[in-house]
Write a protein that binds this ligand. Sequence first.
Ligand code: LLP
Length: 427
Amino acid sequence: MDHFAYRNGVLHCEEVPIPAIAEAAGTPVYVYASATLERHYRVLAEALAGLKPQIHFALKANASLGVIATLARLGAGADVVSGGELRLALAAGVPARLIVFSGVGKTDDELRMAIATGIYQINVESEPELDRIAQLARDLGRRAPVALRVNPDIDAGTHVKITTGTKENKFGIEWARAPAIARRAKALAGIEFVGLAVHIGSQLTSLAPFEAAFLRLRDLVALLKGEGIEVRRLDLGGGLGVPYEPAKNETPPLPADYGTMIRRTLGDLDLDLSFEPGRLLVGNAGILVSRVIRVKEGATKSFLILDAGMNDLMRPALYDAYHDIRPVLEPRPGAPRRAIDVVGPICETSDTFARQRLLPALAEGDLVAIGTAGAYGASMASEYNGRPLVPEVLVRGGDYALTRPRPSLDEMLARQMRPRWLDEPGP
Ligand code: LLP
């Protein structure tokens, strides 16, 4: 369910016509619907009701201050993976006591910042990291709340580049070593051992791998309990998939079924449960609006050249991901469609949003909307090819706000500095 629909032949976000935003902010531009964010948050919160849940939005999926603040107002915490994200979560109004710090390589500076801020939990990825956190916490005169992120060696059945829970992956503590490291965490000065965490991958389209991982976690809780080590919290990560390809009738698991499965597998343990959803909350809440620069007839096929490129939305180039593409002006019913490659202006062939996509006739200057772009879209954007970072707009009902303006070329240039010796006489 999203809030992007045609009204009187024009695509709207909630009650705002997309051409009005394109006019005001220019293109390409990301547009987010507050109503979708709120709806997805509520659906997940209801699905988990009764489980003592805390939802920590994974900022990596969408780092827009307006989006994070919208979710924070509903009660969401944050899952952060860097000092930058920690700072952003706090600035967006997420209380420190609702912030989890994940990530496979945290620097001393980042760890100090997290410990000093008094966050909810640091998810530890290795024994050396545990020792370092203990040292840093002692130096600060604090105890760091720590959960062990374990690697359950379970294949999430998703794209290989976003699989994180098999033993070949860099993530998590090796399963067999987890009990020994938990014992150590329990005993270390500077560490408050609070629980276990698991995250096996992203864009999961089946509940079975989740269930397998959670059952392993359950065994580990029992094993530790047998040794007198109490586990108070479980962090079950993120990973729930969203539908990207409408025509395919994709059916990723419903949050309600996810909740039922968790009640069945872990409910009786009566532990505090944390969740780190990213894509589920924001994926369908955003589109990337772009203008057609040119229609080009090649030797064997035609190209629709957009003003958005792979630097603005990397997912098709990086994961061959499918994103829906539709004209902002609704095609008349029965309008002929033809197969066309939808590409960006960037100088490499991976800058392709879709191959041989069936689209109605589009001309220079027409607007298109690339769908399900709210997750891992703007947050992964870059300035490759000298292109300004794509701006973001947040809509609420009939109102909208530019939450990140497009930098001017002067601003982009002003961030660079000329090395002093290049102003001295040359060789
Ligand atoms: N927790 C941890 C520890 C994670 O590594 C991730 C995602 C999440 C939570 C949130 O997962 P989600 O609920 O969004 O699936 N750039 C890729 C996705 C990378 C996911 C990285 N980790 C993409 O565009 O598909």
